[in-house]
Design a protein around this ligand. Structure first.
Ligand code: PLP
Length: 474
């Protein structure tokens, strides 16, 4: 029997696999010693990488060495203890292995009959999430590419329900707050909602949607002959961690017959902790709920989740049965995930979640979430204890926003420019990657403390680095 040259023998596969496992293990074990970010202009990289695909294969070691020289050094290390920018994604190693297994087996997680085992894992994981969030039994959903994919899937389902009930697509209107994630507006766009029909509702001084303003906006649109159909509330905004008044908004949506989508991509998994559960109370009343396991559930990228109160709303919007798929109808209790979203061919995202959560148990994961919230609180204390800084948004779900406002500041000082330079100085030191945002026009330093490698001592050193940066400016 001659084997295909693409079909490696077992010994070779083991050898290459071990090599990769060693590289990744060493990377993660020594990540603290690496710079948190390094970049390079494209023209410098071009020489090393921009080559035509070779006609004949290249030795694996040589490829590894190219990666080590020209690829691995040049990226922001998300799982680094000094990565406090944006939303750090810090996957556990079992979760990384879950992705490897999913790729190694190449399960087709689109339809039940061809991958019952992996599909059952997804059902199980979704059921865990449903229970953690406190949604009613019978709710279900789908794992998606991320929070953006989950928000889009929710929009398509809600739009379909509205149009099916007789609404005119061009008249559908959407309500969200100015602090909602950009993917919410983009989901509305992709779902075909006219761009002028996305309403931005006012916020209170803690960046929470004002329910009275929401009610007024819906009333006035209805009076103008438009068709309000969905309200998107944030349960932990990406900017500040603020939670919209979920119970008030849910009460209003019930009365006004509006679909309530809650975007909990950022903070949802904090519901595993008693504090998070209390702060997120009301999210279980959503018609649809976005979560993002690749943020606070510590799995690698490409794992979001949409939960819906009534899974039939998803199948109504997405199910289509072409001739060539007639043999893969699911049984009654079974799920074809391809009927719940836009992907037919999809890999098993559930595997990494299942492996990591089982490996550590929910207690350890909840503990890591609690510690992230403690780190942000410590940072807030350090800021408040200094006469040269002021809090712009207090610690909420591991996010703190603040800025330098030196005690001897003169009226002519441009605080925005000063803080922008502080941000740049801290990043240039190479130890910490922080990022910024604007809150009511003010440039704000913003730190997000989710990564489980970050310690309390790191937070103290981070604040010392920020103080150093301010001193260098004076
Ligand atoms: C991150 C985030 C999203 C988008 O999720 P992706 O996984 O980046 O696609 C949506 N909403 C909120 C609140 C987020 O924090």
């Amino acid at each position: 029997m001659t084997r295909s040259p693409l079909d490696l023998d077992q010994e070779t596969m083991r050898r290459l696999g071990h090599r990769v496992a060693d590289i990744v293990a060493e990377h993660l074990a020594t990540i603290r010693d690496e710079p948190v970010i390094a970049s390079v202009p494209r023209h410098e990289l071009g020489h090393a990488l921009a080559r035509p695909a070779p006609r004949a294969g290249v030795d694996f070691e040589q490829l590894v060495s190219t990666l080590q020289q020209s690829v691995f050094p040049f990226h922001a290390r998300e799982p680094h203890p000094g990565f406090l920018a944006y939303v750090p994604s810090c996957p556990t190693f079992p979760a990384v292995l879950g992705d490897w297994i999913a790729a190694g087996y190449n399960f087709f997680a689109g339809v039940w009959p061809v991958a019952a085992g992996p599909n059952e894992l997804e059902v199980v994981v979704l059921e865990w999430f449903r229970e953690w969030m406190g949604m009613p039994a019978g709710s279900g959903g789908i794992l998606t590419s991320g929070g953006s994919g989950a928000n889009l899937t929710a929009f398509v389902a809600a739009r379909h329900a509205a149009v099916d009930a007789g609404a005119d697509l061009s008249k559908l209107t959407v309500y969200t707050s100015g602090q909602a994630h950009s993917s919410v507006t983009r989901a509305a766009w992709i779902a075909g909602i006219p761009r002028d029909n996305v309403r931005t509702i006012g916020m209170d001084d803690r960046y929470r949607m004002i329910t009275d303003d929401l009610e007024r906006a819906v009333e006035s649109d209805r009076a103008a002959g438009l068709s309000p159909f969905i309200v998107v509330a944030s349960a932990g905004t990406t900017n500040t961690g603020s939670v919209d008044p979920l119970h008030d908004i849910a009460d209003f949506c019930v009365g006004a017959k509006l679909w309530l989508h809650v975007d909990a991509a950022y903070a949802g998994f904090a519901a595993l902790t008693p504090e998070g559960k209390r702060l997120l109370s009301g999210l279980e009343r959503a018609d649809s709920l976005t979560l993002d396991p690749h943020k606070w559930l510590f799995v690698p990228f490409e794992c979001g989740c949409l939960l819906v109160r009534d899974p039939a709303t998803l199948t109504a919007a997405f199910r289509i049965m072409p001739e060539y798929l007639k043999d893969v109808q699911p049984g009654e209790e079974e799920v074809n995930f391809a009927d719940r979203g836009e992907q037919l061919t999809r890999y098993s995202r559930a595997l990494k979640v299942w492996l990591s959560v089982n490996y550590f148990g929910t207690e350890a994961i909840a503990g890591a979430i609690e510690q992230a919230m403690d780190r942000a609180r410590l940072l807030e204390e350090l800021v408040r204890a200094s006469a040269d800084f002021e809090i712009l948004s207090p610690a909420q779900f591991g996010i703190v926003c603040f800025r330098a406002r030196p005690r001897n500041v003169s009226d002519s000082t441009d605080l925005n420019a000063l803080n922008e330079r502080i941000n740049a100085r801290v990043v240039a030191e190479g130890r910490f990657l922080i990022s910024s945002t604007r809150l009511r026009g003010a440039f704000s330093l913003r730190m997000c403390t989710l990564g489980f490698r970050t310690t309390m001592e790191d937070i103290r050193q981070l604040f010392a680095a920020i103080e150093r940066a301010l001193a260098a400016e004076q």
